[in-house]
Design a protein around this ligand. Structure first.
Ligand SMILES: Nc1ncnc2c1ncn2[C@@H]1O[C@H](COP(=O)(O)OP(=O)(O)OP(=O)(O)O)[C@@H](O)[C@H]1O
Ligand SMILES: [Mg+2]
Length: 449
């Protein structure tokens, strides 16, 4: 049974009708008191509640009702309804434990999607729901308990339309995870559209994301579909979302909230049916606290947050990853797969990896090419020389008791020295992007002169 709380009778009834058509049973309450009475007596699967009641427009009654609901039925998901203009109320509600929010006016398709997501994520997962053979790992390797836990979550949430935020350092596999979510979803046969928001300037953002009509601006010689239109029925992967300017954040919020947009130069509002997966290596919660990332957008994208551990925190996976990269590299270059010595594996297992899995992959691929078939020894990787073994002698003294941050700084400084300050080569050697290298150099105050 789903409880609908709204003081507007017309809204209550139309919601009830939409839900009934989909086979859900509903109960209706016209004010918070009535709702509380029902919440005391019955267990609901879901509560949909308006934030504003006739007494005031501050939303206090809505927040109060939400808190009471969470006391009586802590496990029942609550979806809030607010007007687009008072979205900050929804944000406050999310802080008090609401599951999701929709803004008026809504479209029924989107509303039903959100309801289904809430119901499927809040019902306990049973093993009988899952057939492990149906899950496609999409090349994701890892047996570390945290990675396994992560994959279990991916398997559970992939079939829903829940927006997912993937957090992790450079090269940890964020894109791979996003792809795995899409491939295991109902949308797998529709497009998976990737957008690197870090690479899109504010001025290009709208035409890139929403498209434009012919002549919308100088140079718009023909009409063009934007990424949100291309991703219709599929998944849109918004990478580097932490790099978005405030202006673009507002524009993105609207399309993610309402699933509607207009092409540049057109007034017609278009609909798109998308599932959004966002990723970043930035500390988004900290950015929200510092007001550089909008809190409403944050709640819109992070219904599910997946944190990928850095490679140095799952070193037990290094041998497995190494072997797999050795095989794939030899296959793609058409050479015989080499062996690897115990000592070399041990060496690889101790490196600091500021560039995470991508860095390991680059190192292994280079070594496979150089060695052409024999046995990979520790020296084949040392020759690579871009980073120092955690226990390497020249770092050892100074790094006694060092934090991971110190290790990262030391590895970068070492690579800068080795490549004479050629930052493109440093970035390539460490397996990180130049942008991210700049950020790290600035963060650690490394001298590159
Ligand atoms: N668990 C894994 N198993 C196999 N390969 C992996 C795994 N994680 C990452 N990789 C490989 O490491 C490389 C980097 O992965 P990916 O591009 O997904 O990382 P990312 O987190 O998106 O990086 P960035 O922050 O730089 O965008 C890719 O070549 C990917 O195939
Ligand atoms: Mg990426």
């Amino acid at each position: 049974m789903i409880l609908i709380v709204d003081d507007d009778k017309a809204i209550r009834q139309s919601l009830a009708l939409v839900l009934k058509r989909k086979g859900y049973e509903t109960a209706l309450a016209g004010n918070p008191d009535e709702a509380l009475g029902m919440l005391r007596k019955h267990k609901f699967r879901l509560v949909i509640m308006d934030m504003n009641y006739s007494l005031s427009t501050t939303g206090e009654e809505g927040i109060h009702l939400l808190r009471q609901t969470k006391i009586f039925q802590p496990d029942t998901p609550v979806i809030l309804i607010t007007a687009w203009g008072s979205i900050e109320l929804a944000v406050e509600g999310m802080r008090f434990g609401a599951f999701d929010f929709i803004t008026k006016p809504w479209n029924n398709h989107l509303l039903l999607q959100r309801i289904e997501t809430a119901l499927s994520l809040s019902s306990p997962a049973t093993d009988s729901d899952r057939n492990p053979a149906d899950f496609d790992r999409c090349g994701l390797i890892g047996e570390n308990p945290r990675v396994k836990e992560l994959l279990k979550t991916v398997e559970r949430i992939a079939p829903t339309d829940a927006p997912v935020l993937v957090l992790g350092e450079n090269g940890t596999g964020k894109e791979l995870i996003a792809n795995a979510i899409h491939k295991n979803s109902r949308r797998k046969n529709a497009p998976f559209v990737m957008v690197n928001l870090g690479g899109i300037s504010t001025s290009l953002f709208e035409s890139e994301m929403f498209g434009h009509s012919k002549g919308a601006y100088t140079g718009a010689v023909s009409e063009r579909k934007g990424r949100f239109e291309l991703a219709d029925k599929g998944t849109i992967f918004l990478d580097e979302i932490g790099d978005l300017t405030q202006d673009c954040q507002v524009k993105l919020l609207r399309v993610l909230q309402q699933h509607t947009f207009e092409r540049l130069g057109e007034s017609r509002t278009r609909k798109t049916d998308i599932r959004a997966i966002c990723a970043t290596n930035a500390d988004l919660p900290a950015m929200v606290r510092e007001h550089t990332f909008r809190e409403d957008l944050f709640y819109r994208i992070n219904l599910i947050t997946l944190r990928i551990p850095p490679l140095r925190e799952r070193r037990d996976d290094i041998p497995l990853l190494t072997r797999s990269f050795m095989e794939s590299a030899s296959r793609s270059h058409g050479i015989r797969c080499p062996e690897i010595s115990h000592e070399a594996l041990g060496y690889l297992s101790r490196l600091p990896y500021p560039g995470n899995v991508r860095q390991l992959r680059n190192m292994v691929e280079r070594a496979v090419l150089m060695c052409a078939g024999g046995i990979l020894e520790k020296c084949d990787f040392e020759a690579d020389g871009n980073i120092q073994d955690v226990s390497a002698t020249d770092l050892k003294g100074s790094l006694e008791g060092a934090t991971l941050e110190d290790l990262e700084a030391a590895a970068i400084a070492e690579a800068v020295r080795k490549y004479d300050g050629n930052l493109s080569r440093v970035a390539a050697a460490l397996g990180i992007t130049r942008q991210s290298l700049y950020r790290k150099i600035e963060k650690h105050g490394i001298d590159i002169s």
